[in-house]
Design a protein around this ligand. Structure first.
Ligand code: NAD
Ligand code: GLY
Length: 357
């Protein structure tokens, strides 16, 4: 299958998402680095496989090439890691024309993006996502952040990349648990926005789990098309973009409550989507059969469906510091039907039984 491009049509901040096998090895993308410094941010697990390749391509194009290595894991999406990037930029007198290149998963992408959003009030950055999750979600749309010990993604900014290179070949080295975690964000698009895509996922989940290349490319492209459409409609999350947080209110509570990195983001979101489905059924929007479809797809992807026991009050306290909370009221993304979501401030009494485990 030949590479394809999905455009994120944001006017003078529009950018392409290149999707396909080998797209990062096509030198065309390095043209924009001419006469500029480039700083590649990566982590050891990713750098071991792909840093030399990117470094050699960037060296031909850019004036100066630097690298920053951030330790692997969610715990390193932190202020300390951010400072390592700032230190490199400042020690090397990097100016505003410098381009940051995020080579890695969502942790590296979110962290590098936030460094780009804030260094000298904003510089360009390129996303080279190497996990399925980062290809279908975090590298697209310009949400950048670091975690705070009290809450995930609590310090951040909207800052769009200038290009995204989703090279499917990089998934060959991605561990299975990480790959499955990305499937959670893929199925999210079916649940919230595209019922026919959900049916396609139900029919092709075995192929996706087996990493069938054509199935993976279709899933990445359709996910990016949907994400691009939603981001163009609502870049700053005043409305429909919040739908992308299906399962995340529960999921972020699981990640923060257990300690960052214990459950992977996609695992927490997968369980959170099942919980959001149960909540939607409780509110009378979807049927028990719909909930069973959500649960079955999550299970077939090898993702967890049962939330950990944090204690009901702990869940509610953690969910109250969610970014969608409004005046202390927790707002949940619920499903009106399979393929359509909405935001709803649901009283604690209705949610409590779901988090009483
Ligand atoms: P991750 O970035 O922690 O990467 C997972 C692990 O896989 C890491 O150890 C990494 O080094 C390794 N890895 C990455 N690519 C590899 C490859 N090709 N081969 C071998 N190893 C590889 O996890 P993730 O799931 O990519 O991202 C999760 C993060 O994304 C969370 O912090 C989440 O909050 C964030 N996120 C952000 C958005 C957004 O819109 N900005 C959306 C969804 C998720
Ligand atoms: N991942 C949620 C968003 O980009 O809005």
């Amino acid at each position: 299958m030949s590479p394809s491009i999905v455009n994120v049509s944001l006017g003078d901040r529009a950018y392409p998402i290149h999707i396909g096998a080998g797209v990062m090895r096509d030198d065309a993308w390095t043209g924009q680095l001419k006469g500029r410094s480039a700083v590649i941010v990566s982590s050891p697990n990713v750098a071991a496989h792909y840093l030399a390749q990117i470094q050699s391509q960037v060296t031909v194009a850019a004036m100066k090439v630097l690298t920053v290595s951030i330790a692997d894991g969610e715990a390193y999406k932190s202020g300390a890691s951010l400072n390592l990037i700032y230190d490199t930029l400042l020690e090397n007198e990097c100016d505003r024309k410098t381009v940051l290149i995020a080579l890695g998963g969502g942790v590296i992408g979110d962290l590098t993006g936030f460094a780009a959003a804030t260094y000298q009030r904003g510089i360009d950055f390129i996303q080279i996502p190497t996990t399925l999750l980062a290809m279908v979600d975090s590298s697209v749309g310009g949400k950048t952040a670091i975690n705070h010990p009290r809450g995930k993604n609590m310090i951040g900014a909207f800052h769009q990349p200038v290009a995204v290179l989703a090279d499917i070949d990089t998934l060959a080295t991605l561990p299975d648990r990480e790959y499955r975690s990305g499937l959670a964000e893929v199925m999210k698009y079916g649940f919230i926005y595209d019922a026919p895509f959900l049916v396609w996922l139900e029919q092709n989940i075995a192929k996706l789990v087996a990493r069938d290349v054509d199935a993976v490319i279709h899933a990445v492209r359709r996910s990016c098309e949907i994400k691009a459409e939603i981001v163009v409609a609502d870049e700053r999350e005043q409305g429909i973009r919040a739908w992308l947080n299906l399962g995340h209110t529960f999921g972020h509570a699981i990640e923060t409550g257990l300690g960052y990195g214990k459950w992977l983001h996609g695992e927490a979101v997968a369980t959170g989507m099942v919980m959001a489905g149960q909540l939607s059924a409780k509110l009378g929007h979807i049927t028990q059969n719909d909930v069973a479809r959500i649960q079955a797809l999550v299970e077939q992807a090898g993702l967890p469906t049962q939330p950990p026991a944090l204690g009901a009050q702990r869940y509610l306290d953690l969910m109250r510091i969610d970014k969608k909370a409004d005046g202390g009221k927790i707002r949940y993304v619920i499903l009106k039907k399979l393929g359509e979501a909405a935001l709803d401030a649901v009283p604690d009494d209705i949610v409590r039984p779901l988090v009483t485990i």
